[in-house]
Ligand binder design. Structure first.
Ligand code: TMP
Length: 191
């Protein structure tokens, strides 16, 4: 099973991924953790570009779209291997991040055509002001107006693709409980 946590910057995905991973391991399941962008060469280039003031220009958005797709393509083999070993793949972001963050969804769909989609997507939905208060924005996607647009895209994607939406304005423990309620029936575990 491939489970993905999605959400705007500051939605608490990394903390929740860690808590989810520990909870699954306590139950005796083997977990493979994924963070997009990864540590691959395109992933490293992505992180460099994200700190550049040009990152939000249309040209760089396209460059990033291609690099994210390449990074993901490299990742796919690792996800398949983990699934073959019956591990639960839990991921901080996926293809849906490109749809939420980059321009031109049809083109993004096309360049991600061969990418495996997660079986279960949980959107951590948070108010942008609260999200921004959780980190010191150093990437060029981390400003309120931009994040408002990304949040709107995510909510539309959630409707179209049947994501589970969790209110991430709540405290860390409550969000974790909500995630467990969604995941537990899929792994045959009681909350
Ligand atoms: P992170 O902060 O979750 O590590 O992600 C780095 C940034 O990359 C974050 O601002 C979201 C952005 N991003 C995209 O724009 N498109 C993508 O496809 C992915 C995976 C991330």
């Amino acid at each position: 099973m491939y489970v993905c946590l999605e959400g705007i910057d500051g939605s608490g995905k990394s903390t929740q991924l860690e808590m989810l991973g520990e909870w699954l391991e306590e139950y005796g399941l083997e977990v493979f953790r994924v963070f997009e962008p990864t540590q691959s060469p395109p992933g490293k280039l992505i992180r460099e570009i994200l700190t550049d003031s040009k990152a939000s220009t249309p040209q760089y958005q396209r460059i990033l779209g291609l690099l994210f797709a390449a990074d993901r393509m490299i990742l796919m083999d690792k996800i398949r291997d983990a699934e073959k070993q019956n591990k639960i793949v839990i991921s901080d972001r996926s293809f849906y991040s490109s749809l939420a963050y980059q321009d031109d969804p049809e083109w993004i769909q096309e360049i991600n055509r061969y990418i495996q989609k997660p079986d279960l997507v949980i959107l951590l939905d948070v108010d942008t002001r609260q999200a921004l208060s959780r980190f010191e924005g150093k990437d060029h996607f981390e400003n309120q107006k931009f994040l408002e647009g990304v949040r709107k895209n995510y909510l539309e994607l959630a409707q179209k693709n049947n994501f589970f939406v969790v209110n991430a304005n709540n405290g860390v423990r409550k969000v974790h409980e909500d995630i467990k309620i969604i995941v537990s029936p899929r792994i045959g575990r009681c909350v």
